[in-house]
Design a protein around this ligand. Sequence first.
Ligand SMILES: Nc1ncnc2c1ncn2[C@@H]1O[C@H](COP(=O)(O)OP(=O)(O)OP(=O)(O)O)[C@@H](O)[C@H]1O
Ligand SMILES: [Mg+2]
Length: 219
Amino acid sequence: MEAPPDRSTTPGRFITFEGGEGAGKSTQVRHLAAKLTAAGVATLATREPGGSAGAEEIRELLVHGAAARWDATAETLLHFAARRDHLVKTVWPALQRGTWVLCDRFADSTRAYQGAGQGGDPAFIEQLYGAVVGDFAPDLTLVLDLPVEVGLARAAARRDGGARYEGMGQAFHQRLREGFLEIARRAPDRCRVIDATASEEAVAAAVWSTVAERLELAP
Ligand SMILES: Nc1ncnc2c1ncn2[C@@H]1O[C@H](COP(=O)(O)OP(=O)(O)OP(=O)(O)O)[C@@H](O)[C@H]1O
Ligand SMILES: [Mg+2]
């Protein structure tokens, strides 16, 4: 699908999970997908970069290799190329079918990582967003927030490869955290910051009550 479905006539919702390394995004996508499925809601869990065959190939270029492999501009372009493929091949068709789409990272990660973190031009990122994504946006974005050291320790303990971003240094990760919080401050209707230092179950409960409240889903 080259364009998003008409959201006013499709029941599917688009929920994104954002936050730094090890914040618990992938864990919480799994929890919410299980709860929605149990509630009888058709649900698709997906991720960025990736989520379609082409975007998963681009992901390999982004998550492996030296930290300085790409400059912020090249990296932003790669993320938006992957995002376009993911939207066209996976997200928009699923929404068209009425499926709820839960996405592990989306454009706020580009804003935070390539903008706040790597010092890329925010105006360039927004220009690309307009060209590639248009006026499509998440119905709800959950920003999982926790101290940098806690997230990096969790991510290091997990050790599942593809650790390029984890190697970008403490100051980078601090800018990221602040970048995500600033995004949430500027878009309060779309975003909700969730304390990710709590237990997995407590975070899942906070996510669920936010989804219920914001998207009028009976819990
Ligand atoms: N609330 C929590 N408390 C403690 N540990 C947690 C919590 N949530 C997740 N974890 C653990 O922390 C690690 C990182 O979690 P997860 O992979 O979900 O984070 P992520 O945000 O997806 O990380 P990345 O950005 O690296 O993909 C995992 O080993 C997970 O089991
Ligand atoms: Mg993850």
